[in-house]
Write a protein that binds this ligand. Structure first.
Ligand code: ADP
Ligand code: MG
Length: 246
């Protein structure tokens, strides 16, 4: 084996894939730029670390199940002038997660509820937090399936470990009494421990219908709202933006 081949084998063995890709070019560049050995090594090691962080964030994002990729920076606050931009930007610093506070986005379709929920979720991923995004429908199906399989406890434990749970589109489908109770168990487990972001097209007064039972509904609302940032977004639908311009 030539020394290059040997080097390639060593770097592969150590899983230093970024260095493996770039060290030949980087060493030529370093020679040209007359870098010190120390600076050269520093650069190589730094590039490996950055690429590992990148990969881990990408993996984290993929695992989160976002239906779309949206950033806070892409949100046009001038389109929702009543929305507290300063508070949303503050929440993007993720301090709410340290205090296990919840965020609730209420409003009609198209006002950016999912956009904001995803954007905050992505911030959390970038901070290496574990995030899980579910539609309310798929989450309740997941709980119901595990309940039938006798593994409800373990799925609730798994979902309680997630740093940020995003539940999108609560209220599009009414739950059964059974699934409402399962949902309550999850909310109760995360209460004061881990944050939840919820989006819904239904105002709180109508949550009784979503959860069938007023008592379950108010128990859920109590826990979600106790330490929370509720936002009522009632501006125009962004989907209509171009239509309304004409
Ligand atoms: P909702 O969840 O409230 O129904 P979405 O978040 O899905 O609405 O928004 C619909 C589409 O419009 C998405 O592609 C979203 O990125 C975009 N959108 C909504 N509001 C804004 C906004 N204020 N600025 C930029 N894009 C927006
Ligand atoms: Mg939505």
């Amino acid at each position: 084996m030539s020394s290059n081949e040997q080097m390639d084998f060593y770097l592969k063995t150590l899983s230093l894939s970024r260095i493996r890709e770039s060290y030949l070019v980087e060493s030529e560049n370093a020679a040209k730029a007359k870098l010190s050995y120390q600076d050269f090594l520093y650069r190589l090691v730094e590039s490996e670390v950055l690429s590992k962080i990148d990969r881990s964030i990408n993996r984290n994002m993929k695992m989160s199940g976002f239906p779309m990729i949206r950033k806070i920076e892409e949100f046009d606050f001038s389109y929702q002038p009543k929305l507290d931009e300063k508070l949303i930007r503050e929440l993007a610093n993720l301090n709410f997660m340290n205090d296990a506070k919840n965020i609730i986005f209420l409003g009609p379709p198209g006002v950016g509820k999912t956009h904001l929920a995803v954007a905050l979720g992505i911030k959390a991923c970038l901070a290496s937090k574990k995030v899980a995004f579910y539609s309310a429908d798929s989450l309740t199906q997941l709980l119901a399936t595990h309940e039938v399989a006798g593994s409800l406890k373990s799925i609730i434990e798994t979902l309680t470990k997630v740093d940020l749970l995003i539940i999108d589109e609560l209220g599009y489908i009414e739950l059964s009494k059974k699934t409402a109770t399962l949902f309550f168990q999850l909310i109760a487990k995360r209460y004061e421990k881990k944050s939840i972001i919820i989006t819904s097209n239904k105002p709180f007064e109508e949550w009784g219908q979503i959860f069938v039972d007023e008592v379950v509904a108010s128990a859920i609302i109590d826990r979600l709202l106790h330490h929370s940032y509720p936002f009522f977004i009632n501006g125009k639908s962004y989907r209509m933006k171009n239509l309304l311009k004409n």
